[in-house]
Design a protein around this ligand. Structure first.
Ligand SMILES: Cc1cc2nc3c(=O)[nH]c(=O)nc-3n(C[C@H](O)[C@H](O)[C@H](O)COP(=O)(O)O)c2cc1C
Length: 244
């Protein structure tokens, strides 16, 4: 299985919880013999879609831009059997980097409309990969991912074979949560194995990934104290981490 993992977190490995989880998922997939390539959108130049529809009319399937999306990413995406979208939750949805990527896949969609059971969609132009979504969020409640999940399911429908969402992501790296972090990352690795072998994540594995790690009140109190410490010291979270 050829897998393309697309990481849209702007933060580097030292800080990113998206990448922390993605590393485990990829490790699991590779251990099940998948051929996985990871690309980091933060290192790529991708223009916004300008809505000119040239890719639907004058040059079907071809975008007007020549950038990392047309030269590298879209061909790789369409050649893969499975693509992973790994994104931090930003304002209840995928972040702008990933949204820009998604919008620039327009050349791989046909302009024509199909109506099915009262719902409208576009046919795909050629073959598309199956999809996995992976995301992390600061807030502790799982429902924080509802809008993102709904949007991705609307776009990718049955091609979206697995959704791996981990709330309270920032707590995971704190020493007090060491044990639970190890279990969650091991479960994400197991999810990688299961996706390659069965194209789905089992209920038991999913339960371990989403296990509650902290109650809402404790989370709010702890987070508020931490932010106040950063504000008082005049440092960003990254600077505070580096000072330690
Ligand atoms: C611009 C921005 C918007 C965010 N929006 C949300 C949000 O809507 N809900 C939430 O729970 N966390 C939100 N967060 C927190 C991030 O999802 C969280 O810190 C996550 O770990 C970031 O991923 P990363 O560690 O890979 O950078 C936001 C963070 C930023 C910077």
């Amino acid at each position: 299985m050829k897998v393309l993992a697309i990481n849209s977190s702007p933060r580097g490995k030292d800080q990113s919880k998206t990448e922390l989880l993605l590393d485990s998922l990829v490790e699991g997939m590779r251990s099940a013999d998948a051929d996985v390539e990871v690309v980091h959108l933060r290192a790529k130049k991708i223009n916004y879609c300008i809505g000119c529809y040239t890719c639907w009319t004058k040059t079907p399937g071809q975008c007007v831009f020549k950038d990392d999306m047309t030269r590298e990413l879209l061909p790789k995406f369409l050649e893969s059997d499975l693509a992973i979208f790994a994104t931090p939750l930003y304002h209840f949805g995928v972040n702008a980097q990933l949204k820009t990527f998604i919008e620039r896949t327009l050349p791989a969609i046909e302009p024509f409309l199909i109506e099915h059971n009262g719902k409208t969609s576009h046919p795909m132009r050629g073959r598309h990969p199956l999809m996995v979504a992976l995301s992390v969020a600061g807030f502790p409640e799982y429902s924080i991912f509802d809008q993102m999940s709904s949007q991705l399911r609307q776009i990718y429908k049955r091609a979206l074979v697995a959704e791996i969402y981990r709330p309270a992501s920032e707590t995971l790296v704190q020493p007090a949560f060491e044990k639970v972090r190890v279990d969650i990352l091991d479960a994400v690795k197991q999810a990688g194995v299961e996706i390659v072998q069965n194209l789905k994540v089992s209920d038991d594995t999913m339960k371990r990934i989403v296990q509650p790690v902290i109650d809402l009140k404790t989370m709010c109190a702890g987070a508020n104290m931490l932010w106040q410490t950063y504000i008082d010291a005049g440092v960003t979270p990254k600077e505070a981490m580096e000072k330690k």
